[in-house]
Design a protein. Structure first.
Length: 396
């Protein structure tokens, strides 16, 4: 059994699983590496699992067949069926809120009111980001062109970022979650996600990595700008299916977005609104995406596992609640989403107990924690990544 790369840890691992039985080897490796949080008991599964428990005569299968077995249970529960009605309502609601927020913004003469409207616009933009996410995974409709149409309008038209860039990047992440060699979400950037990345930093980058636990939240306010720039750079340098269309849509977005802001608000108020809008929108998306994998086990070419274990062991779920599900765009069910990326978000909550039971049967540790604990673990991880730099400076 290959071992994971050793990510920084904050707590001692338990020697026994929650049910008191000795842990299996893979589970022991995982618990030795990950951060621990208080777990809650699984809800009553009797109703939901009645028709998806292991079939009579179903026997344990080899690891490579685990996904087929799990997918069959999910399909039997009807959870991979598209929900076009739900998405039509969701898209319409997001569009109404987006336009309504702009109307309010342009109607208010008070600068504080404009600032609050800009905050609301940032949050709505985050929800549009989830809409883009779902269309990119083809969660919405059975027809690929319908998903692509929603994605292009949402990304390039409303948000000003490249749909083609985001889809290819996000698909690479899904195929290689927390893989230090292949996952673009933990590649070298403003934040260091491995101690090797931190030690390789120089000058300002080294200082940021050293104290990145303090820089993390301020840096998230630049995420939207980074996505604008990176997406445009991708379209210039790489081949993309909708390249010409995206160039045109991005240019149109820039003209309309900046033009209306300056026309209705004037230069200084427009500048304030744009900064707040982009800062809040970027921070919102980062606050949802960052706890999903950061601080969980990392893999490389020497420690890759089968699909199910890779997706489950590298992901962190946040306890579900209707408000939490709305705020996260159902990405708090990160394990279920990574196992079934094309599953409509509305079905994630119903899929969770099925996946939990399957993992229990196979001895695969399923990790779920609270909103606040997820950030405690995230920040603790970032702090430990920068620790060798602080020690080197102190010895220095």
């Amino acid at each position: 059994m290959p071992e994971f790369r050793k990510a920084p840890t904050l707590f001692k691992a338990r020697k026994f699983s929650a049910n008191g039985r000795p842990e299996r080897p893979l589970l022991r490796i995982f618990l030795r590496l990950r951060l621990h949080a208080t777990r809650r008991e699984a809800p009553d599964l009797s109703t939901l699992l009645k028709d998806v428990s292991p079939r009579q005569g179903e026997t344990p299968v080899a690891n490579q067949n685990d996904y087929a077995s799990l997918k069959r249970r999910i399909q039997d529960a009807g959870l991979l069926d598209k929900r076009p009605g739900y998405y039509a309502l969701s898209i319409s609601t997001n569009l109404i809120l987006f336009i309504g927020c702009l109307v309010v913004l342009f109607s208010i003469g008070n600068i504080w009111g404009q600032a609050l409207a800009a905050v609301a616009l940032g949050i709505i933009s985050g929800q549009l980001g989830f809409q883009l996410h779902d269309s990119g995974h083809r969660q919405m409709f059975a027809s690929p062109w319908k998903n692509a149409l929603v994605g292009l309008i949402t990304a390039d038209g409303l948000l000003g970022m490249s749909y083609g860039w985001w889809v290819q990047k996000h698909n690479r992440h899904h195929g290689n979650p927390n893989d230090v060699d292949l996952d673009p979400d933990i590649s070298v950037g403003a934040i260091a996600y491995t101690q090797e990345q931190a030690m390789a930093r120089r000058k300002v980058g080294r200082l940021v990595a050293m104290y990145q636990v303090y820089f993390f939240f301020p840096l998230t306010t630049f995420l939207a700008w980074s996505m604008h720039l990176t997406g445009a750079t991708y379209l210039v340098k790489e081949t993309s299916r909708y390249r010409r269309l995206e160039f045109g849509m991005l240019a149109l977005h820039a003209v309309i977005y900046l033009g209306t802001m300056f026309y209705f608000l004037g230069p200084w108020s427009a500048l304030m609104v744009v900064v707040i809008h982009k800062g809040v929108g970027g921070a919102y998306l980062a606050s949802v995406f960052a706890p999903n994998h950061k601080g969980m086990p990392q893999t490389d070419s020497t420690s890759r596992l089968d699909f199910v274990r890779t997706q489950v062991l590298t992901a962190r779920n946040i306890f579900g609640h209707p408000i939490t599900d709305l705020w996260y765009g159902s990405l708090n069910y990160q394990i279920e989403h990574h196992l079934f990326p094309n599953m409509p978000r509305l079905n994630m909550r119903r899929a969770q107990p099925i996946v939990k039971q399957f993992c229990a049967e196979r001895g695969i540790d399923y990790y779920e924690t609270s909103f606040f604990q997820s950030y405690r673990e995230l920040l603790g991880f970032l702090n430990e990544v920068g620790e060798p730099l602080r020690k080197a400076q102190a010895q220095g």
